[in-house]
Design a protein around this ligand. Structure first.
Ligand code: ZN
Length: 142
């Protein structure tokens, strides 16, 4: 099984209110020339757009919550895809009743507050390749 091991460095930043969460993370990674990293985010959003991947149809169903939510937890990674940094993030958000919703972050999530940690790998990182079994662009296993 292929694995990538490296020294890491950490970057902390906050995305401005109104930023699209996925675009903001991607731009932050590009600006810092991050090619491989682990990402954590906490904060709050004004609108959440996320997806659920159907393993049979191999298509995402997109879900939207229009209104404020806490980002209770969000984690993911940065790796290269088609020559550019690609952010893959899963979010769990909670509302006024404390119930959580979440899934695969999609474009269309509006930041209220987003405190971000990039744990950046200094060495070679994985490059996403199209995987026939899952229909997804994934890291190589060998
Ligand atoms: Zn995902």
């Amino acid at each position: 099984m292929r694995a990538f091991t490296s020294e890491t460095s950490s970057t902390l930043l906050r995305l401005p209110p109104g930023t699209d969460l996925l675009d903001g993370l991607t731009s932050a990674a590009k600006d810092r020339e991050i090619t491989a990293a682990w990402v954590n985010v906490i904060g709050a959003v004004r609108k959440l757009t996320f997806g659920f991947y159907d393993q049979e149809t191999k298509e995402y169903t997109t879900l939207t919550h229009d209104g404020e939510l806490e980002i209770a937890s969000a984690m993911g990674n940065v790796s290269m895809k088609d020559g550019d940094p690609f952010v893959h993030l899963h979010v769990v958000c909670s509302g006024t009743d404390g119930r959580a919703i979440g899934g695969h972050l999609m474009p269309g999530t509006e930041v209220f507050v987003a405190e971000v940690l990039f744990q950046t790998f200094r060495g070679e990182g994985p490059v996403r390749e199209q995987d026939e079994d899952t229909g997804l662009a994934l890291w190589p296993t060998d």
